[in-house]
Design a protein around this ligand. Structure first.
Ligand code: GDP
Ligand code: MG
Length: 603
């Protein structure tokens, strides 16, 4: 395919507005998959995607389509809609010249619609606005068109109306993609240059790279190298996604396809890296902006002997999801493990689920926290920590209060979209969450778009669920990083019979400490079984105890049911009790069943 007959585009939208369903119809119309009522989000290939019904990975499919008696090659990227996976969307857009921006005609413009529009707009991509779900009885196309007009300055006549579910208007939309989105600008006459846009690891085949060929061509047997790795590889197989892998002889400028070149070490394959022919001089492609982890959480193997396998699994999975930051960590109770940085809580859940499903890892996840910063004083302390401002990924590592000048917490700037009837509730919620409304405006005669600033930690707790609940499900929220602000933070410790349990320590705002302490103490009381002596469970800030629960003593007499004097039977029962104790973790004198720890640590 000459580049003039190639189109690279993505479908972007808020969660559930129909991206993956539209992708199904496009695959059918182009004969890529047979038409079948059973086709449901076929590009959502991961088990976690199918189970949750959401897209977490951007997926590429190459489609062939006859238009005005010429065959076109269309590379379609289906993207995730949730804010946690915005990084995935931004990355996909770097291989596209245009986007289809879907808006649900029933729900209207939502927070991620706005965020995604700007991602595409800032990259100067051609934007084709589309109203989806016009078949729904509750569809309000006129209202939604007004929203699109006022927010994005797009004319009514340029907005498509389709039903992705039934296929209405989809073929015309495809024709418009060909007419309006420009072909890629590279040329197959130029020296070869490709951008690695995605990769996955396969036990037998090594790294499977998804490459966007910017210039020249790439075929089996070619030697390639990359700016990052500098090693020379031989291309063993190339092909396109149709939607599964189909081998071809070569990939040419403008195409997107998979490349196998026997990369065995996942660290050599970096997303955003430029690959080229050894010996040629090429300029590095812009690559990708690195992502910034918003939430950190511990991951430990359930069984310490699995540590090495967990390490390998994390290395391979982060190849497919490079937005996860990896640090090693260890805990007196849980042993050796990792502290991973994620883009949000959903991202954290999805990543640990993928570890379990795709790599059979059995892991314990600890309470997540946002990265805090502290400013320390004294030349000696600054030297010890390497700088005056120290980032705290794990509350255990918080320096002693006596050397802290001030503590800072990460902030976000968010967009809230909701019907104006709920303004009062939203204002209350933002205030309770220690945030402020910076600005607000109408996007039609009913819906408000408010700009808010909030501490990231508040979003982590329950802001999103509360927002959904106070707006009866009509509100939506999107946010981005807004730096750090000084805050009145404290470290909350939990003590069992006066001994602190490090794994449970957390950092929170002073005004929240008592509520959180009470909640965790109650959970601990339920999770720890009674023992021979009284156990006190306390939550404390420094030496100040905020709450206390007691677990009354109790003795389980294993011999109670054993009548008669058969000593060997008694010994057997006592031995069994002793073995059960091995499953316990000792904190001071208090024994905690291992799975109770898991229960407390899990959210
Ligand atoms: P995504 O999150 O944007 O990928 O959305 P999906 O494609 O997963 O669709 C979300 C839900 O909307 C699914 O239940 C689809 O069946 C439904 N849906 C998608 N398009 C339409 C449409 O045109 N009409 C109707 N009635 N439902 C649709
Ligand atoms: Mg989807």
């Amino acid at each position: 395919y000459p580049t003039e007959r190639i189109r690279n585009f993505s479908i972007i939208a808020h969660v559930d507005h129909g991206k993956s369903t539209l992708a199904d119809r496009l695959l059918e119309i182009t004969g890529t998959i047979p038409k079948d009522d059973k086709n449901k989000q076929v590009l959502d290939k991961l088990q976690v995607e199918r189970e949750r019904g959401i897209t977490v990975k951007a997926q590429t499919a190459s489609l062939l389509y006859n238009y005005k008696e010429e065959e076109y090659l269309l590379n379609l990227v289906d993207t995730p809609g949730h804010v946690d996976f915005n990084y995935e969307v931004a990355r996909s857009l770097s291989a596209c010249q245009g986007v289809i921006l879907l808006v649900d005609a029933n729900q209207g413009v939502q927070a991620q619609t706005v965020a995604n529009f700007y991602l595409a707009f800032e990259k100067d991509l051609t934007i084709i606005p589309v109203l989806n779900k016009i078949d729904l009885p509750g569809a309000q196309p006129d209202v939604v068109i007004q929203q699109i007009k006022s927010l994005f300055d797009i004319e009514d006549k340029d907005i498509f109306r389709i039903s992705a579910k039934h296929g209405t208007g989809v073929e015309e939309l495809l024709k418009t993609v060909i007419e309006q989105i420009p072909p890629p600008s590279g040329s197959r006459e130029n020296i070869m240059r490709t951008l690695m846009i995605d990769s996955a690891y396969n036990q037998f085949r090594g790294v499977i790279a998804l490459m966007s060929v910017i210039d020249g061509s790439l075929k089996r047997g070619d030697k390639i190298t990359s700016i990052h790795s500098t090693k020379v590889y031989e291309v063993q197989d190339v092909g396109y996604m149709h939607p599964d892998e189909v081998p071809t002889d070569a990939l040419y400028a403008g195409q997107v396809g998979y490349v196998l070149c026997n990369i065995r070490d996942s660290k050599e394959a970096q997303l955003g890296d430029t690959y080229f022919t050894p010996g040629t001089k090429v300029e590095a492609l812009p690559g990708f902006k690195s992502s910034k982890p918003m939430v950190f959480g511990g991951i430990y193997p359930s069984d310490q002997s699995e540590f090495h396998n967990l390490k390998l699994a994390i290395e391979k999975l982060t190849l497919n999801d490079p937005s996860v930051a990896v640090h090693t960590d260890n805990s007196p109770v849980l042993g050796q493990g990792f502290r991973l940085g994620y883009l949000g809580l959903l991202h954290m859940d999805v990543f640990s689920q993928r570890l379990e499903q795709e790599y059979n890892a059995n892991v314990i996840s600890t309470i997540p926290n946002v990265p805090y910063k502290v400013k320390v004083h004294g030349v000696k302390n600054i030297k010890k920590y390497g700088s005056e401002v120290v980032t705290i990924l794990n509350p255990i590592h918080l320096p002693n209060e006596s050397i802290i000048v001030e503590m800072l917490e990460p902030m976000v700037e968010g967009k809230l979209l909701f019907p104006d009837d709920y303004l009062g509730q939203i204002m209350d919620l933002v205030m309770q969450s220690r945030g402020e409304i910076l600005d607000q405006k109408y996007i039609d005669n009913k819906r408000l778009l408010a700009k808010v600033k909030l501490p990231l930690n508040e979003i982590l707790v329950d802001f999103f669920d509360m927002m959904k609940s106070v707006t009866s499900g009509y509100g939506s929220f999107d946010y981005e990083d807004a730096g750090y602000e000084v805050s009145n933070l404290v470290k909350l410790d939990f003590l069992l019979n006066s001994r602190p349990v490090e794994e449970l320590s957390l950092i929170c705002h002073r005004s929240r400490a008592r509520t959180i302490a009470t909640r965790v103490c109650e959970k601990l009381k339920d999770a720890i079984p009674p023992q021979l002596f009284l156990i006190s469970v306390q939550g404390a800030v420094g030496s100040k105890i905020l709450c206390r629960e007691d677990i009354k003593p109790y003795r389980k007499d294993v011999l109670a049911k054993c009548y008669g004097g058969d000593q060997s039977r008694k010994n057997k029962l006592l031995k069994k009790q002793a073995e059960g104790k091995k499953q316990m973790r000792k904190i001071g004198r208090v024994e905690i069943p291992k799975d109770a720890f898991v229960k407390i640590l899990r959210r």
